[in-house]
Design a binder for this molecule. Structure first.
Ligand code: MEV
Length: 319
């Protein structure tokens, strides 16, 4: 039986600044980690015969793993059991005697990467506890494997930004590129309180593309060129133009049918209260919007977002 040592690992949330959905179809996208929310996974050894038990006290849930549970399709297994199964297989070991306790401040299905962060923290803590700590390069494909189970055809941007905990300029299948942020900027991340069903929106965008490849392909390409302009603006510190680019990106995401009245209302409210720009972030139809603000406008824009229905607003500085 594999020896187990106590181990703890964390993983942050993420926000996509530009390029979601088009990134699934080969265009670039920009994402940054969101350290204000995170998952923590703590491993404690168990006595012989105890098995591998995952305990999520905040959700009041416990999962006991079995080596034949790989096709269960149970959402709890998919979220917290499958990362262990993928890691165990990669390390070539059987299920050890341990308890993994999970704590998370990342709202589920909100477009902030809760699934990828859970998988990252679990897999990291598990591997360290059994004496085989994983490098980020080794961990990233394992978390991508878990993402495929959740989303079908993920681009890989969520796992990449969460595993490496760095801003990324991401192109599907290309080597990871990070970039410099010349001048810090302030974002408000506002949660609509409605779930963002990424696997459904990604499937709907694919169907839209297949029905009209010329028109929808042009929308993807327009988003891609806007992402390149945004990267230049971030690298040169010309932050003000990012607001206009965010508004344009949001309009194009509306064309792709992944916005909602709640998300549009929050974007409009943020702009009226003085934000430089606003857009949905992540899979859409629910989840979060992000608004770019001058620090002195942050309180007023936050208040306007809450009045427009936001259930929570997080301020973050991208630097
Ligand atoms: C989800 O956070 C981002 C999407 O572009 C899907 C993906 O890239 O896998 C909507």
């Amino acid at each position: 039986m594999t020896a187990v040592q106590p181990a703890t690992a964390t993983a942050p949330g993420k926000i996509i600044l530009f390029g979601e959905h088009a990134v699934v179809h080969g265009q670039p996208a920009i994402a940054v980690p969101l350290a204000a929310v995170q998952v923590t996974a703590s491993v404690e050894p168990g006595p012989p015969g105890h098995g591998t038990i995952v305990y999520a006290p905040d959700a009041g849930k416990t999962l006991t793993l079995r080596e034949d549970a790989g096709t269960s399709g149970d959402p709890l297994y998919d979220a917290v059991g499958y990362p262990i199964e993928v890691t165990r297989r990669a390390l070539g070991i059987s299920l050890p005697d341990m308890t993994i306790t999970l704590r998370s401040t990342i709202p589920i299905a909100s477009g902030l990467g809760s699934g990828a962060a859970l998988a990252t923290a679990i897999s990291r803590a598990f591997a360290e506890a059994v004496g085989h700590p994983l490098s980020n390069d080794a961990l990233n494909p394992l978390v991508y494997e878990v993402e495929k189970r959740h989303h079908g055809t993920p681009s890989g941007i969520d796992n990449t930004v969460i595993v490496y905990e760095q801003p990324v300029f991401f192109v599907r299948g290309a080597p990871i590129e990070t970039f410099a942020i010349a001048r810090p900027f302030t974002l408000l991340v506002a949660d609509s309180g409605q779930p963002s069903p990424t696997h459904i929106t990604v499937g709907d965008v694919r169907a839209l593309y297949e029905a009209n490849p010329a028109r929808v392909g042009l929308v993807f390409a327009t988003i891609g060129s806007l992402v390149n302009t945004a990267r230049q603006a971030i690298e040169s510190g010309t932050i003000e133009i990012l607001g206009t680019l965010m508004d344009k990106n949001h309009a194009l995401l509306r064309h792709l049918t992944v916005s909602s009245d709640a998300l549009d209302d929050m974007c409009i409210a943020a702009k009226r209260a003085g934000a430089w720009g606003a857009k949905l972030s992540g899979g859409g139809r629910g989840g979060n919007i992000i608004a770019l603000v001058a620090p002195e406008r942050s309180a007023a824009v936050s208040e306007a977002l809450r009045a427009a229905g936001a259930v929570s607003v997080i301020e973050t500085t991208v630097q």
